[in-house]
Design a protein around this ligand. Structure first.
Ligand code: APR
Length: 255
């Protein structure tokens, strides 16, 4: 069987599971935004090769040298500002619209699920379109003007921080509570474009599986979940696989 025939066969299996599901949720990682031109983190040539996370993505690194961390975020936020959702993002929004997907829990901070029309999005690692004052909590959008001088300062005088969860920081209570509730309640979970190496996000599919949910993985490569947790691995690009799922499920509803 060639890869395309195998994918067709796995798609049939995934559709059967999703058709039966009453509480399907999606967990997404950087891979779903790769086709929007945003580099993933851990693949070869990934973002962390240029900006090692221990130097650029920990809270202690930010406190030590906010200017250095903001110079990376100035580059990244410009990239994110110019990015557009791709067919994978739109397919998830279509599934939600058709009542086939309850929510997207995303590790991404690029806002592309919302831009594609997804209504219920749990931002597990925050949103890089915003910055927040560590002093008074004031938040405002990150604009090119706001980053002319870095680090940007709040009117209260304190330094602003990108509104994302850095390593050494906690996931927000609200995001953790909502994501955990969704993972506990779902009967099918689409795990899309994540290397499943970062916790607590990577514990969500384990929770779902433990509660009897079917795990459907969409990834161009196998991951640590594929042979242990995953029921169906759709080996392909999210921007190609997800629209095929959406067409089969929503088309069936006559919507
Ligand atoms: N379609 C589907 N999967 C893809 C695609 C694609 N077009 N392109 C890449 N992938 C897969 C890769 O095979 C890999 O498994 O996406 C995954 C990306 O993995 P990472 O770069 O590790 O990204 P992610 O899993 O989202 O990282 C999690 O780590 O550094 C932190 O905060 C950061 O949210 C991030 C978290």
């Amino acid at each position: 069987m060639n890869p395309s025939e195998r994918l067709d066969e796995q798609l049939d299996a995934a559709i059967a599971l999703l058709r039966r599901a009453e509480h399907a949720v999606a967990v997404t990682g950087a891979g779903i935004s790769a086709e929007s031109g945003i580099p993933t983190f851990r693949e070869s040539g990934g973002f962390w090769e240029k900006y090692p996370p221990e130097q650029y993505a920990t809270y202690s690194a930010f406190l030590k040298n906010p200017k250095k961390i903001w110079s990376m975020w100035r580059e990244r936020s410009a990239m994110l500002r110019d990015s557009e959702p791709n067919a994978g993002h739109y397919a998830l929004a279509q599934l939600e619209e058709a009542g086939r997907l309850e929510a997207v829990i995303t590790q991404n901070v690029d806002n592309l699920h919302q831009d594609a029309g997804s209504k219920r999005v749990v931002e597990f690692h925050g949103n890089a379109r915003w910055m927040r004052c560590k002093g008074c909590g004031h938040a405002e959008p990150i604009t090119e003007e706001a980053l002319e001088r870095i680090p940007p300062k709040c009117s209260c005088g304190a330094i602003m921080k990108p509104d994302v969860v850095m390593f050494e920081e906690w996931i927000s209570d609200d995001a953790l509570a909502e994501a955990s509730s969704l993972a506990n309640r779902c009967d099918a979970m689409l795990v899309i474009g994540t290397s499943a190496q970062v916790y607590p996000a990577a514990s969500l599919p384990r929770t779902a599986k433990h509660n009897g949910a079917s795990i459907i993985e969409v990834n161009i490569e196998p991951t640590g979940f594929t042979d242990t947790l995953t029921d169906v691995h759709l080996q392909g690009a999210a921007g190609e696989v997800l629209p095929r799922i959406a067409a089969r499920l929503t088309g069936e509803n006559g919507t």
